[in-house]
Design a protein around this ligand. Sequence first.
Ligand SMILES: Cc1ncc(COP(=O)(O)O)c(C=O)c1O
Length: 411
Amino acid sequence: MTTINNSRAKELKKDFPIFKVKMSGKPLVYLDNAATTQKPFPVIKSIERYYRAQNANIHRGVYPLSEKATELFEQAHAKVGSLIGAKQDEIIFTRNATESLNLLAYSLPSLFEKGRDEIVLTEMEHHSNMVPWQQLARRRNMKLRYIRMKDGFTLDYGDAEEKISDKSAVVAAGHVSNALGTVHDVKRLAALARANGAFSVVDGAQSVPHQEVDVGEIGCDFLAFSGHKMAGPTGMGALYGRKQLLENMAPFNFGGDMIRKVSYEGAEWNELPMKFEAGTPNIAGGIGFGVAVDYLENTGLRAIGAWESELLRYALDKIKGVKGVSLFTPGVGKSSGILSFNIDGIHAHDVASLLGGEGVCIRGGHHCAMPLMGKLGVAGTSRVSFYLYNTYEDVDIFIQGLRKAKKVFGV
Ligand SMILES: Cc1ncc(COP(=O)(O)O)c(C=O)c1O
């Protein structure tokens, strides 16, 4: 297995041109990867190449330029599919994980059985895997049930066994909490959903970029994720769905490209994935997404996950030496490379803003998980999130920045 260590991470960093940029006059230390990641040269070049030499609309043209663009866009579906153990036609390109989850909340109910009127989520969901289901519950008069979080920031699987029942229509859970880093046992949740006849949805926005994910291994019906959180361009996301389910589901958007035949009276839907990709898609973005997948596969997803765990271990070790810090983490082994914390006497936003002055990008706030913050009894936290190009030195600079922030605030 290829591994990543500190010197390899420094080499990888050179693939990302943004690290030549200074922020606040200091070298850029980017630790906000859960929000979006930086982009390597091959991805940037593929997008430039498309607009310079390959630009044409897809699926419609019968001239070579259009045929080439179509081929590249379809290949990108195949690459994204192969990353997660899925076939090309089981991958729908969307704008982001949020759109993938909204698509499901609109289209999946056409397959709900009568009498199943409960939607099961966890207390730790990102708003993107909560608000679309809340809206669905309103539209269809369904009930929302939330699997509890235990002390120690992990899920209560006993509670999951109680809440997932023959009344459940769908169980939708994040694979990794973006706010706390907790890795959930989605295989167990998918098995519980299946045993109770419910559909299973995994929000993989924080797992697919950082670890090996295989939909067959998880046993889920659907998986949503974002290309821009995995070295790909913004405006790109994906939804995996089991083919038979996608074939039976109603489309989400209607118009060009998603139809096979149209009359004045009605229309027939195109084959997968076009049925769910109405209109001209983000062609350059899709191609760039495919190239990002190549980059991650060449680097090694398992190596990326292992290196992020090592950085988390290192950061936990260092941050424990800073007085007045409270941590919101299940710890190494149960967490991905995300570390949430607060410093007594300093608001999370002020921590992030002071660190910004030191060239360090971290996130402060509710992390789009307001109900979870309420449950934790905080308005927000500060969050560091790692990716393949982060180094021990990045962590050291971050820790120095924290000490400086404490001095500024006199705490
Ligand atoms: C767990 C999780 N789900 C969903 C999303 C939404 O992703 P996007 O903004 O790319 O739609 C995020 C973004 O931070 C996330 O962390």
